[in-house]
Ligand binder design. Structure first.
Ligand SMILES: [Zn+2]
Length: 303
């Protein structure tokens, strides 16, 4: 398990990911659309890692129903996977097993991404959890009273059904996204005590504004437990998704053609990760990919 303390400002109570590995649900928003979110991860819990964006994938396995053209991947050379800076041979960095020799860094320098640069040049992306919210309006007047959680059904590995808040993983840049959240917290020191309106104004531009501070709904209050329980139940944490999207298995499945496919690749192993890439790739392609994935796997369409 990587040491995430090096990549964030503090400790996090990492939820147990032992059961019910839920399909990752990523924050996506169509250009021009607006949504409302409540950060579940506070400033100190945000994790920044280097990400290779929109990397062309290897050809998919025979019989795969749908296969993404390109995927994003967390760089295997990120310091989060480093055990020590000079513990390797000749004082080189020592990495966890399977890390430190990023396939994309080593083999894809010549491959160009959508911005014209090499896909082997990673960009820092900051990861955190957001609860999806919806406005509550006064009947008749339409006056905005506040916000409530958007919920979803979730079935645990024992087959028990739960109604839980819909929490998504946002992997976004600091400058275009998270920075605005953090600036709004100059008095509170926390981004968890506000609902935010997020409007996507361009392919990578967002307009983000904070609502009023809610002292009755923030970490430590009764209502916050719904988020902690949902994260514990589903095991969906930014840490886990980063681990998944940097794993030797993930790199083998999507990029390194010398690695044999396994059974899961045949039936939708791509769906989880495809959703993450969708936000970063060309919009038309992303929409097509999302539709294809939704059709194949019955995923909820993010709006
Ligand atoms: Zn890399």
């Amino acid at each position: 398990m990587p040491d995430f303390s090096k990549s964030k400002g503090g400790e996090v109570a990492e939820a147990s990911a032992k059961t019910g590995r839920d399909t990752a649900d990523f924050f996506t928003l169509k250009e021009g659309a607006v949504c409302f979110v409540r950060p579940v991860s506070d400033i100190r819990d945000l994790i920044t890692v280097q990400v290779h964006m929109g990397v062309p994938t290897r050809p998919g396995p025979k019989g795969a129903k749908s296969w993404p053209q390109q995927m994003s991947a967390v760089c295997q050379n990120d310091t989060v996977f480093m055990i020590s800076e000079n513990g390797g041979p000749d004082g080189t960095p020592l990495y966890e097993d399977g890390y430190g020799k990023c396939y994309i860094h080593l083999n894809m320098q010549e491959v160009k991404g959508k911005f014209g640069g090499s896909v082997a040049t990673p960009r820092p992306q900051t990861w955190g959890l957001l609860a999806m919210r919806e406005p509550v309006k006064e009947e008749g007047t339409g006056k905005l009273l506040g916000f409530r959680d958007i919920t979803k059904n979730w079935t645990d590995p024992e087959g028990r059904a739960h109604r839980i808040p819909r929490i998504v993983v946002a992997s976004q840049s600091y400058s275009n996204f998270w920075g605005a959240f953090i600036s709004s917290a100059f008095m509170t020191g926390s981004i968890c005590c506000f609902d935010y309106q997020v409007k996507r104004t361009g392919s990578a531009e967002y307009e983000i504004s904070a609502g009023r501070e809610t002292t009755d709904h923030q970490p430590g209050t009764e209502s916050w437990n719904a988020y902690l329980q949902a994260v514990e139940l589903t095991g969906m944490t930014a840490e886990r998704i980063i681990s998944d999207q940097s794993s030797p298995r993930y790199y083998g499945r999507f990029f390194d053609p010398s690695v044999p496919f396994d059974d899961e690749d045949q039936d939708g192993g791509a769906a989880e990760a495809a959703a993450s890439a969708a936000d970063e790739i060309d919009k038309a392609q992303a929409d097509a990919l999302r539709e294809k994935m939704a059709a194949s796997f019955g995923m909820t369409q993010p709006t």
